[in-house]
Design a protein around this ligand. Sequence first.
Ligand SMILES: Nc1ncnc2c1ncn2[C@@H]1O[C@H](COP(=O)(O)OP(=O)(O)OP(=O)(O)O)[C@@H](O)[C@H]1O
Ligand SMILES: [Mg+2]
Length: 264
Amino acid sequence: MADRDVVLEMKGITKTFGEIVALDDVDLTLHRGEILGLAGDNGAGKSTLIKCLSGAHEPDSGRIVFEGEDVTIENPREAKALGIETTFQELALAPNLSVTQNVFLGREETQRVLPLVPIMNKGAMETRTRELLSDLEIGVDPDKRVSDLSGGQRQLVAISRTMLSDPEIIIIMDEPTSALSVEAAERVLELIERMRREGASIILISHNFEHMRAVADRIQILHTGRDVGVLDVEEATRENIVDLMVSGTLEGRGGDDSDPSISA
Ligand SMILES: Nc1ncnc2c1ncn2[C@@H]1O[C@H](COP(=O)(O)OP(=O)(O)OP(=O)(O)O)[C@@H](O)[C@H]1O
Ligand SMILES: [Mg+2]
């Protein structure tokens, strides 16, 4: 496992906003084909870390190594050009446009930097969307207006559109499964696993441990801007995650059964 192919490394990332240290020397490693969960309490630095990857923020210091090379990501276009797609849940969709129009929304930008997605006419876009949805086994009509979809269907569209450019890394932000029925949340999790099978490496940010544990290989925990641990999913019990999230340590748990401070 140790020599698994690494697709992305963030090393010593620090980011301040005035007096606030949002990220303090944070490391992150993403292996190829992996689903990495990112957990942490409100304000722990999850969004800030991801924004350093998606080109919304530039770190004060630290390195980002993508496919073995140091990169700087100065804006969202550069992130996309590298093959890093971020989905900001259904809020990113335009309700009055069709599913197809939403899938292609904003692609013109990427087009100028790297011709990943050829310019297409309406018919071709519809065909491509139909293909994409069918590959990912999403039973949504590409002609439907997004406002006519259920919340769960919107999430599926918002997430699946990141696959259009065949990205290396997909970041799924903040609660893709919140406010969904159990069944709809399961479909989103299935989609995430399917995207991994199609070749993407995925970072999933969520406050829902059960959802994260259902799909993640490892779960990394941030606490007040610091990287306090990465757990393999087998050791990522609810208790371990909560301990790291709340106090930044495992407080004598973490599988050390011989710890004399824990009796009976
Ligand atoms: N643009 C900004 N300007 C000033 N402070 C910011 C900015 N963005 C984030 N912060 C601060 O940085 C810290 C980390 O915030 P961040 O949004 O990354 O946390 P988070 O882990 O995503 O939390 P949540 O779970 O609530 O989304 C917080 O103290 C926050 O107030
Ligand atoms: Mg956040």
